[in-house]
Design a protein around this ligand. Structure first.
Ligand SMILES: Cc1cc2nc3c(=O)[nH]c(=O)nc-3n(C[C@H](O)[C@H](O)[C@H](O)COP(=O)(O)OP(=O)(O)OC[C@H]3O[C@@H](n4cnc5c(N)ncnc54)[C@H](O)[C@@H]3O)c2cc1C
Ligand code: FES
Ligand code: FES
Length: 487
């Protein structure tokens, strides 16, 4: 497919800039620093520290959305049609500080200062999400914690920073002309897609699923990317230099989330922030678990399709989606097929995806009456860490017996798995501690995990059995759930 070649155009500060061309692996952070904008820092170059945080303004269903992302793993080409805010843009033109900066100053939220621009950018996004006119106290501690969950500080300690987040609305308001910015961004959108050529290398930016499928059919060797939160690391750390990239982030129909029939249909390129919000509306008990997937800045860029296609045995969305009985829609120019997610993985990082296919949708059944879902992630750090073990259970009881159960596990085998033997040990059994103990023994024997830097095989085996027993205790002490189970 021949997408039209055109330069990158995006809004920086108060201007629309045009970048004639860029290599397919050029990162936003490098470009900013090459422009002499050194406020945005590089710490880890792998999305882990937040020193490089910038805020992107994007149109979503015609509305402006401001979100903090990691510029170190953000392709420069992917900001076409967006507004990019960096620390250089937040103070007022007379030099007085933005409320986020003023609050950081007054709360003593900075010491060496290396992390500070990144924190301020996360707070800037939070401030404008709440609205400049929002009253003091509108941001709670939990919301503040979530907003900076992708930012690390090695010297200040987080209390003053969280206090800054919670008090920034008490300073003189600083509003953003969102209408004018949205109009400016609308003028930059094109339904024709985009091709960016650079020294014999090409980035393809299809503007729709059909365009993306044609690009995929024409360039089966190209590196597909969506949020680049995995591929960005292959570029920065493994020094991969893809010569052809197909970027799905400009195809709005691939990011659509809708409820149809008895299922939630999540576009594969929907950002995790949006996909998780939709899931939590139906499965509120997943909120805590999903808030521990990476940090906010990664979730603002990463996609569900990327997590699944990457096929990591320790990816967090797959155990959950397996427990929820989700299926995938795989699309190509040849047509569409749907398959249960649990059958998609064929071996370590191997899947059934054909060379000309893309994941177009993830289909998640809506909750059934009496269905209870619990998800557990064991990792060394609470936030922004990869699972050693992930364990998600969907269970329903009828007249004191377990009449439906599905369990998804991660970190226990070469792929995310369904715990079929453990499920059989539970199905039809009375809802008692003895049942859970017996099933826990089965769970400990069902898998042969490996030992690695995250956990030993023994720990993993012991842990999943214990999680089943923990599930029982949690549900027994959770009265609304107990009433539901006893129905
Ligand atoms: C700091 C940090 C923390 C992280 N924490 C977690 C965590 O807690 N849990 C976890 O599970 N993961 C975590 N990750 C990994 C990563 O964020 C996820 O795997 C994410 O969902 C990948 O999505 P993406 O859109 O960024 O994928 P990309 O990097 O763009 O792509 C990943 C792979 O998927 C393919 N792909 C993408 N979309 C499609 C599609 N629609 N069809 C076919 N192929 C496609 C690409 O070709 C590529 O092979 C973390 C990453 C970072 C950097
Ligand atoms: S430099 Fe650490 S997250 Fe980007
Ligand atoms: S102030 Fe030094 S790293 Fe945060």
């Amino acid at each position: 497919m021949t997408l039209p070649a055109r330069p990158l155009r995006f809004v920086r500060g108060h201007q629309t800039v045009s970048v004639e061309s860029a290599p397919p692996d050029a990162m936003l952070l490098d470009w900013l620093r090459e422009q002499g904008q050194y406020g945005t820092r590089e710490g880890c170059a792998e999305g882990d520290c937040g020193a490089c945080t910038v805020v992107l303004g994007e149109l979503h269903d015609g509305q402006l959305q401001l979100r903090a992302v990691n510029s170190c793993i953000r392709l420069l080409s992917s900001v076409d049609g967006c507004a990019v805010f960096t620390i250089e843009d937040v103070a007022r033109t007379d030099g007085s500080l933005h409320p986020a900066q003023q609050a950081m100053l007054e709360c003593h939220g900075s010491q060496c200062g290396f992390c500070t621009p990144g924190f301020v950018m996360s707070l800037f996004a939070l401030y404008h999400e709440a609205g400049a006119a929002a009253p003091p106290g509108c941001i709670g501690r939990l919301q503040a914690q979530q907003a900076v969950s992708g930012n690390l500080c090695r010297c200040t300690g987080y209390r003053p920073i969280l206090q800054a987040a919670q008090t920034m609305h008490s300073h003189a308001p600083q509003s953003l002309d969102t209408e004018a910015l949205a109009a400016r961004l609308r003028a930059l959108q094109s339904p024709l897609g985009q091709r960016i050529d650079h020294d014999g290398r090409t980035t393809w930016r299809p503007a729709s699923l059909p365009q993306a499928l044609q690009c995929r059919a024409d360039q089966p060797q190209a590196q597909v990317v969506a949020g680049t939160t995995d591929v960005g690391l292959w570029i920065n750390k493994l020094h991969q230099q893809p010569s052809q990239v197909i970027d799905l982030s400009a195809a709005p129909d691939m990011a659509r989330i809708e409820e149809r029939g008895d299922a939630l249909r999540i576009g594969a390129a929907a950002r995790l922030t949006d996909a998780f919000a939709a899931l939590v509306r139906h499965y509120p008990d997943l909120a805590g678990f999903l808030s521990r997937f990476a940090g906010q800045t990664v979730r603002n860029a990463a996609t569900l399709g990327g997590n699944i296609a990457n096929g990591s045995p320790i990816g967090d969305s797959m155990p959950m989606l397996i427990a929820l009985d989700a299926s995938l829609t795989l699309a190509s120019v040849r047509g569409v097929r749907e398959l249960p997610l649990e059958t998609f993985f064929t071996g370590y990082r191997r899947t059934l995806l054909a060379a000309d296919e893309l994941i177009s949708e993830v289909v998640v059944p809506l909750p059934r009456p009496g269905q209870v879902v619990r998800a557990y992630k064991l990792s060394k750090r609470f936030e922004d860490d990869i699972s050693a073990v992930c364990f998600v259970v969907s269970i329903r009881c009828e007249a004191g017996h377990i009449d439906a159960v599905r369990i998804g596990v991660g970190g226990m085998a070469a792929t995310p798995m369904r715990a079929a033997r453990t499920e059989r040990a539970l199905l039809g059994q009375p809802w008692t501690l003895a049942t859970m103990r017996a099933a826990a023994d089965v769970a400990r024997q069902e898998f042969s995990p490996i030992s690695d830097m995250r956990a030993t095989a023994e720990y993993r085996r012991e842990a999943i059995g214990n999680l089943l027993i923990r599930l029982w205790h949690e549900l027994e002490t959770d009265e609304p759930v107990l009433r539901e189970l006893a129905r």
